[in-house]
Design a protein around this ligand. Structure first.
Ligand code: NAD
Length: 230
């Protein structure tokens, strides 16, 4: 089976009802990112940060995967598919994709502020000040905030280096280091980008498919499956 690596960003979940921020008003659900998604914000106002992610987590439970997420599940019948996502929602998993690496963390997980290896899956949407990990430290969202290291990046590079085909969906390719991932795609592997607006700055040849994930991804998947079967 040929290997397809799919790299997804916030646009992947837009048609499920989860807003992107970079392509609209530069705010994330009415907040400047520095106020809610940085280590400095956590020190300054942990309650605001917890409330912000509680709201994101609650919303995640209220929305559903879209046709784009489901198309990637169909692709697994014909290709060895691995998804690397910048998204913190769990819509790929809920659609049924089996291999998903989260570069920027997961809303459905929380961790100790003292020991980054004490990670818990939470069914509950709300974390409060005073909710503690086993080591007695406050729980925080299991999210890579702006300005923090991206611990899964090396793994993402290794996955990308195995691609026969790379599909990028719904990402402006401006958040580093994630955006540099496409530079690791093997030279002879085609790279396709589905996005209504992105203007990638890359030396790589990229086939740009203008449109949305829910509209263009099912079409692309159908085409790839039909080419593979002829
Ligand atoms: P981004 O920089 O990757 O930009 C979003 C991209 O999505 C833009 O290029 C836009 O043209 C495209 N887009 C918009 N609607 C689309 C659609 N229907 N189909 C396909 N593409 C579409 O993302 P961002 O919003 O600036 O977020 C940056 C980071 O913030 C993410 O990497 C993530 O860590 C976090 N974030 C996560 C979520 C989520 O988990 N769903 C949502 C917002 C932000």
């Amino acid at each position: 089976m040929r290997k397809i690596v799919v790299f997804t960003g916030a646009g992947m979940s837009a048609e499920s009802g989860i807003k992107t921020f970079r392509d609209s008003d530069g705010l994330w659900e009415n907040h400047p990112v520095e106020e809610v998604a940085t280590p400095q914000a956590w020190v300054r106002n942990p309650k605001l940060v917890l409330d912000f992610y509680n709201a994101r987590r609650k919303q995640m439970h209220e929305v559903e995967p879209n046709k784009g997420h489901y198309a990637l599940v169909d692709l697994e019948k014909y290709f060895d598919v691995e998804i690397v996502t910048q998204n913190v929602d769990n819509l790929h998993e809920r659609a049924g994709s089996s291999r998903v690496l989260h570069l920027h963390g997961e809303l459905s997980k929380v961790r100790s502020t003292r020991n980054p290896n004490l990670i818990y899956t939470t069914e509950n949407w709300e974390i409060k000040l005073g909710d503690l990990a086993e080591d007695g430290a406050q729980l925080r969202p299991h999210i890579v905030w702006f300005g923090e290291q991206v611990p899964q990046f090396e793994t993402a590079i290794k996955i990308t280096q195995t691609a026969d085909i790379m599909i990028v969906v719904g990402t402006s390719l401006v958040v580093y280091p994630a955006a540099s991932l496409i530079e690791y795609v093997p030279f002879n592997a085609p790279v396709m980008l589905i996005d209504p607006k992105a203007e990638p700055q890359s030396r790589r040849k990229i086939e740009i498919i203008r449109g949305t994930a829910a509209e263009k991804l099912p079409e692309l998947v159908k085409k790839l499956i039909s080419n593979e079967n002829t």
